[in-house]
Design a protein around this ligand. Structure first.
Ligand code: 5GP
Ligand code: MN
Length: 335
């Protein structure tokens, strides 16, 4: 993988570009992809955004989200764009498997793949150019760095800043996680100087749910949370019936994993959703517990030190047992 700086001189020649992100994109994935798109079109590139799957309805306010192709719904058209592309930017993931059904196509097309990502342990061989910075708050911050370092700060217009700000807010837990470096605040200061209406973005992200989601949250915290004070760990599980009863859609479960961390002393939260094809895990920790290693070791996953995810093909009951066993094997790290 050649350094991302090597593409800077090439940015002035218009190319056919695809920009993509991990499946079930969150605000950082969708924000970075659309922020980059709004930047690249100003340089004359033809840009198509393709999402491997659908996304949360509370991301639908983002500028140009209507033009994003959902790979699962528009496979043939998406394949055509990927086959014709000179460059495919891969944002907010670092293993092709994170793009679900798109991974095979991504691996076989001739386009040069360009990585911009902040997760641990990238699969570098897949990418012609790129940057992997696990210390960075968000992929949106990295897209901002790319725009500034390539000499195009003047291209940061309203759509670019709204998209990039959304990802930064979301991945830093509204500026509270330790990944929030001074560079994040410098970036936001610049976006504000350029006229960013930050309150509008916060409202769009956090005050944009339907009533059922709040009632669902109440049910989950009351009936589906177990706290293990001996191991300073909480478990939250969501059954298929819960999803059905509360009409839960993509994105509605996001963020719930963080609530148990507000209990005094809790260092790790395991959160599992019984989805159709698999049991999807999220892990969050405070302080010195490595969720990335935990997710990789026990649940075919990965991510960051304090936030990671994974999955299990076993039943909900079995995967919960596996989690409890994994906690007992790690109890020395949780005291
Ligand atoms: P979440 O729990 O919000 O789905 O994900 C937490 C972090 O871990 C995110 O940065 C996400 O991209 C990453 N992540 C989630 N699931 C997986 C997975 O199955 N594999 C890998 N490598 N990373 C994941
Ligand atoms: Mn991210």
């Amino acid at each position: 993988m050649q350094p991302i700086q090597d593409i800077f001189p090439l940015l002035s020649q218009p190319r056919r570009v695809v920009v993509t992100m991990h499946q079930k994109p969150d605000a950082d994935a969708m924000g970075s992809v659309l922020g980059l798109q709004h930047f690249l079109v100003q340089l004359g590139h033809q840009v198509q955004v393709i999402s491997p799957t659908n996304w949360a309805r509370w991301l639908d306010w983002m500028p140009s989200v209507d033009a994003v192709l959902d790979y699962e719904l528009h496979r043939a058209k998406s394949d055509e764009y990927m086959e014709a592309a000179d460059w495919i930017f891969c944002l907010d993931f670092n293993h092709l498997a994170r793009t679900k059904g798109m991974a095979k196509k991504l691996a076989e097309v001739a386009a040069q793949k360009i990585l911009i990502d902040h997760h641990e342990q990238p699969d570098m061989v897949q990418f012609a150019y790129g940057i992997s910075s696990p210390g960075k708050s968000s992929t949106c911050e990295m897209v901002y760095d790319l725009i500034v370092e390539s000499g195009h700060r003047d291209k940061i217009n309203k759509p670019v800043s709204e998209c990039l700000y959304a990802g930064v807010v979301s991945d830093t837990g509204s500026f509270r996680f330790s990944s929030t470096g001074a560079s994040v605040h410098h970036m936001v200061a610049y976006l504000k100087e350029m006229g960013l209406e930050h309150a509008k973005v916060h409202e769009s992200l956090f005050d944009n749910f339907l009533e059922n989601r709040l009632r669902f949250l109440g049910h989950i915290l009351t009936n589906r949370m177990e706290v293990d004070y001996l191991n300073n760990t909480a478990l939250v599980y969501i059954t298929r019936q819960d999803l059905y009863k509360y009409d839960i859609k993509t994105g509605d479960t996001e963020g719930i994993v963080n609530y148990p961390l507000s209990i005094q002393g809790i260092k790790l939260v395991g959160f599992v959703v019984d989805r159709d094809e698999l049991r999807k895990w999220s892990f969050r920790s405070k302080g010195a517990f490595d969720c990335n290693t935990f997710a990789r070791t026990y649940f075919n996953g990965g991510g960051h030190y304090n936030a990671a995810g994974g999955h299990d093909l076993e039943s909900l009951e079995k995967t919960i047992q596996s989690f409890k066993k994994a906690i007992s094997e790690n109890e020395h790290l949780l005291q």
